[in-house]
Design a binder for this molecule. Structure first.
Ligand code: NAD
Ligand code: UDP
Ligand code: UDP
Length: 310
């Protein structure tokens, strides 16, 4: 099986490449290194079934593949807001090109969508049937609306061209290979705790998120790709354990033994108040549920940051 992973040099993409190589697939990793990095895939470069292509998915790509995982897109707010027009182009033009490629090669195609399609949700926890509460004009819109449009394209290609699509709505995921400076909360808190710097809580820290460990998430993506053709999603993938940012900070302090102090910064615009996946569908369709507890996943992630960046 020749499998294309776009965004394969990123955090989730590189773990996915690892798992696909392990299970015996040939992997073509496509990435423009916008937020991804060579060290994430360095260990794979000499593998006979792994190939790396530097390419921007907003441009057409002609290769022969049987499956496509479309993960290319910066995922952390500071990265996707640095060049918002490029973010929308990556989601929308990237989806069109990868769907065109899937149409020509008759490849099955999976889209890495996001819980951000629910915006600042008014329904809690969020089931897939919820249409969301998204600001179309704010600083997060390039990401949220780009991903929503990509979902629209996936379903139009499905209806119009009968493509085999799989749409995964991924909730906050963490683990080794997150970048220390990408601004996401788990990496920020761990790096700050390890360096003895203040822990930056945005707002009063009462906002919630649900954190899924990367190994659990990758298992779900591969499981979804293998489902019967009539399973299209969208399907929520995440860990329903819900924590406030204050609880997360306390847990990181406890696990690192750090004496860092909590400091409070203004809440960024349109920051969702709460987020928690309803994973009933994933349980039914994939027989999947996350296994790794937050404290255990954080221990692994802390160990990674200590080794890499300590
Ligand atoms: P990441 O930033 O580490 O990885 C994204 C990868 O895409 C990077 O390697 C980057 O260089 C590449 N990329 C960006 N624009 C590109 C382009 N135009 N052409 C080719 N490559 C491009 O982020 P991640 O956390 O690994 O996220 C991967 C995917 O999963 C993204 O689509 C993201 O939206 C989605 N997702 C992630 C999370 C999460 O919590 N990590 C949650 C929801 C959705
Ligand atoms: N495309 C691609 N690789 C392919 C086939 C298509 O990158 O192997 C791109 C191509 O640039 C096109 C887009 O995917 O613009 C959509 O393809 P589709 O066949 O749906 O549309 P059309 O070519 O008819 O505009
Ligand atoms: N956050 C925080 N301190 C930080 C970084 C983030 O309190 O140093 C908060 C942020 O405001 C948000 C939550 O943590 O409420 C999750 O942020 P992240 O950027 O990781 O993910 P997203 O907002 O995209 O879910």
């Amino acid at each position: 099986m020749m499998v294309l992973v776009t965004g394969g040099a990123g955090f989730l993409g590189s773990h996915l490449c690892d798992r696909l190589i392990e299970q015996g697939d040939d992997v073509l990793c496509v990435d423009n290194f916008y937020t991804g990095s060579r060290p994430n895939i360095l260990h794979l470069l000499s593998h006979p079934r792994f190939e790396m292509l530097r390419h921007d998915v907003t441009f057409p790509l002609y290769v022969e593949v049987q499956q496509i995982y479309n993960l290319a897109c910066p995922a952390s707010p500071i990265h996707y807001q640095r060049d918002p027009v490029q973010t929308t182009k990556t989601s929308v033009h990237g989806a069109i090109n990868m769907l065109g490629l899937a149409k020509r090669t008759k490849a099955r195609i999976l889209q890495a969508s996001t819980s951000e399609v629910y915006g600042d949700p008014r329904v809690h926890p969020q089931p897939e049937t919820y249409w969301g509460n998204v600001n179309p004009l704010g600083p997060r819109s390039c990401y949220d609306e780009g991903k929503r449009c990509a979902e629209t394209l996936f379903f139009d290609y499905y209806r119009q061209h009968r493509l085999e699509i799989k749409v995964a709505r991924i909730f906050n995921t963490y683990g080794p290979r997150m970048q220390p400076n990408d601004g996401r909360v788990v990496s920020n808190f761990i790096v700050q705790a390890l360096r003895g710097q203040d822990i930056t809580i945005y707002g009063d820290g009462s906002q919630t998120r649900s954190f899924c460990y990367v190994d659990d998430l990758i298992g779900a993506l591969i499981g979804l790709m293998q489902t019967a053709p009539e399973i299209t999603g969208p399907i929520n993938l995440g860990n329903p354990g819900e924590f406030s940012m204050l609880e997360l900070a306390e847990l990181v302090l406890k696990l690192t033994g750090s004496k860092s102090k909590l400091v409070f910064h203004p809440l960024p615009a349109d920051d969702p108040v709460q987020r928690c996946p309803d994973i009933t569908l994933a349980r039914e369709v994939l027989g999947w549920a996350p296994k790794v507890e937050l404290a255990d996943g954080l221990r692994e992630t802390i160990a990674y940051f200590e080794k890499q960046h300590g």
